[in-house]
Structure formats: structure tokens, C-alpha cells
Write a protein of this length. Structure first.
Length: 236
């Protein structure tokens, strides 16, 4: 009986496929076995600890306790603004001292903070004179939101002098300088002895804390006259 060539070819191909599959499975199994060599299952006996864990000694955690004095000194140093190292050194060297009489309190000693000297306040009227020119502050009062100085100027000399009152220097007892608004005073002062009146006003809001004023006036542009006055009271 003649065999069908197609059937024979199919059987041969099927045999090759089965053989190739078996060979591949065997090769893959060998690779997997080789890769897993040395890997063992952990010991899960009762007690919850593996063999490696049991072999290791128990780990002890040490707790470091800081010195209470060092902590307090560090906090005090941060409050006072000094470095912690300086505060620790001071706290370790400080020793209690016996009381030796009354100690001066901070209020009894002069303050290190910035303080302003109060100039002596003079009695009105206050006058200043140079080369026959007399400048006088007659009265001081507050009007609305300004401190007003009633002033007079007189030239008893022999020549005419010119003034720019915007150059007048006004300073308070704390060293602050102001520009006064001058009204009524002549720019050119003739030598006839006539007295001219006017006002110098300063915003009262700028004079916070001021107790007295100093005033300096010079002629312009010759600068032959320099009149100075101080102790002008700030009236509120």
C-alpha cells in the first residue's frame, strides 16, 4: 500500500516540533535551576525569628542624655543674643557670691540707651545781635497745626544788609533740623533803626519730643552777620 506523501510530511514535521518543544523545555528548566542554585527558603519555625536573626546578637540602642545646665545655658544664650559656647562657659564658671551691701539697680545707673540732652530753656523775649543787627523772639505759641514764633529784626548799623530767611537754621534739643516758614520780615534791612516784625512757623507734628529750639541767621551773600539764639521754648 502506497503511503500518502502529504501525511508522511505532516507526521515528520509534527515529530520535529514535539522534539524541539521537549528540547526547549529541558534547556529552560536547566537554566532556571542553575539560576536558583544557592537560594534557600527562610526558616519560619515558631517563634517568628529566622536562623540568621537568631544568630545575630540583639542590638542595643544607647540613649544620650544631655546635661540640663548645658541646655539651659544654650536657651539663655539664644535669648540674650550671645553664642551658645560663650553662655556655656559663663554658666560653668559662675559661682554664687555673697551679698556685699546694696547693689545699684538698673534704674539707679545711667542708661546706655540713646538719650537726648535738654538745653536750658530761656525766658522770652530772647535776643541775638551782631554788627548792629538785632534779631529777637518775642513770643512762642501754637496756632492750629504749627508752632509760631513772633520775631522782630532791627538794623542799628551803618549799612544795609540782605537776608534770605530760607537759609535760617532751626535745630531742636535733639539735634533735628527744620525749615521754618517766614512771613513779614524784609529781605533788605535798611540802617535806620526801624524794627520790623514777622513770624516763623514750624509744623507741630515735626516737633515731637522737642523741648527747645536754637536759631541761627546770617546775611546773604556777604555773610558779615551771624546771629545765634538758643533755649527758645517749644510751647504746646
Amino acid at each position: 500500500m502506497n503511503a500518502n506523501p502529504t501525511l508522511v510530511l505532516t507526521l515528520v514535521l509534527l515529530s520535529f516540533m514535539i522534539g524541539a518543544g521537549a528540547l526547549s523545555a529541558s534547556f529552560g528548566y536547566s537554566l532556571g535551576r542553575e539560576a536558583l542554585r544557592g537560594v534557600t527558603q527562610p526558616d519560619t519555625r515558631a517563634g517568628g525569628a529566622t536562623a540568621d536573626t537568631e544568630a545575630m546578637p540583639p542590638r542595643r540602642e544607647e540613649v544620650m542624655l544631655m546635661d540640663e545646665k548645658k541646655i539651659l545655658a544654650d536657651v539663655k544664650a539664644r535669648i540674650n543674643g550671645s553664642s551658645p559656647e560663650q553662655a556655656i562657659t559663663v554658666s560653668n564658671t559662675d559661682q554664687p557670691q555673697a551679698a556685699t551691701g546694696d547693689q545699684p539697680s538698673p534704674s539707679d545707673s545711667p542708661s546706655a540707651s540713646t538719650s537726648t540732652s535738654t538745653a536750658a530753656i530761656a525766658q522770652l523775649p530772647i535776643s541775638g545781635q551782631d554788627n548792629g543787627v538785632t534779631f529777637q523772639v518775642v513770643s512762642v505759641y501754637q496756632e492750629q497745626d504749627a508752632l509760631v514764633l513772633d520775631v522782630t529784626i532791627q538794623n542799628s548799623g551803618s549799612q544795609t544788609h540782605r537776608f534770605l530767611y530760607s537759609f535760617m537754621s532751626i535745630t531742636d534739643n535733639q539735634g533735628r533740623t527744620y525749615n521754618g516758614n517766614t512771613e513779614g520780615l524784609p529781605g533788605e534791612l535798611p540802617p535806620n533803626g526801624e524794627s520790623f516784625g514777622g513770624t516763623v512757623s514750624i509744623p507741630i507734628a515735626l516737633l515731637d519730643g522737642a523741648e527747645s529750639l536754637s536759631l541761627a541767621l546770617t546775611d546773604y551773600p556777604d555773610q558779615q552777620i551771624e546771629i545765634q539764639m538758643s533755649g527758645i521754648p517749644v510751647t504746646r
